[in-house]
Design a protein around this ligand. Structure first.
Ligand code: 5GP
Ligand code: ZN
Length: 119
């Protein structure tokens, strides 16, 4: 039994609106979407941040990024040939960035003009 929310979603203890899955990654819709497409992509194994994961299993970090891109294509935010109309990947890390769930997750955001700089 873990108190990590995203580990519990991987375990099926908390429901998730899953959009895609690989043997080592899970992608599901954010419960509080900030854009028409707002999907979270996580490694199924628990790693707190991208920095922690790249030290432990860099191949898995690459799989998370590949899964995030695949979600963007599936959601119509990019094509196999190019980045149109476009999307944003975000990994909030630590308190200054407002990370609230301490299991690495990459936000895939798109479907509107996202603006820059972010808040
Ligand atoms: P962070 O602020 O850590 O970068 O992002 C955490 C994200 O997890 C937030 O966007 C928040 O809406 C999302 N979230 C929190 N609890 C749940 C939940 O129970 N289910 C889903 N699908 N998303 C959640
Ligand atoms: Zn976890």
């Amino acid at each position: 039994m873990t108190d990590c929310l995203f580990c519990r979603m991987v375990a099926g203890e908390i429901p998730a609106d899953v959009v895609s899955e690989t043997d080592r990654t899970l992608a599901f819709r954010d419960i509080n979407p900030q854009a028409p497409t707002h999907v979270l992509v996580i490694p199924k194994d628990h790693h707190a941040t991208a920095g922690a994961l790249v030290g432990a299993d860099p191949q898995l970090l690459a799989e998370v990024v590949a899964a995030a891109h695949a979600v963007a294509v599936q959601e119509g935010l990019a094509t196999a040939d190019g980045p149109e109309p476009g999307y944003r990947l975000v990994a909030n890390t630590g308190p200054a960035a407002g990370q609230t769930v301490h299991h690495l997750h990459v936000h895939v955001l798109g479907g509107r003009d996202l603006g820059w700089p972010p808040g």
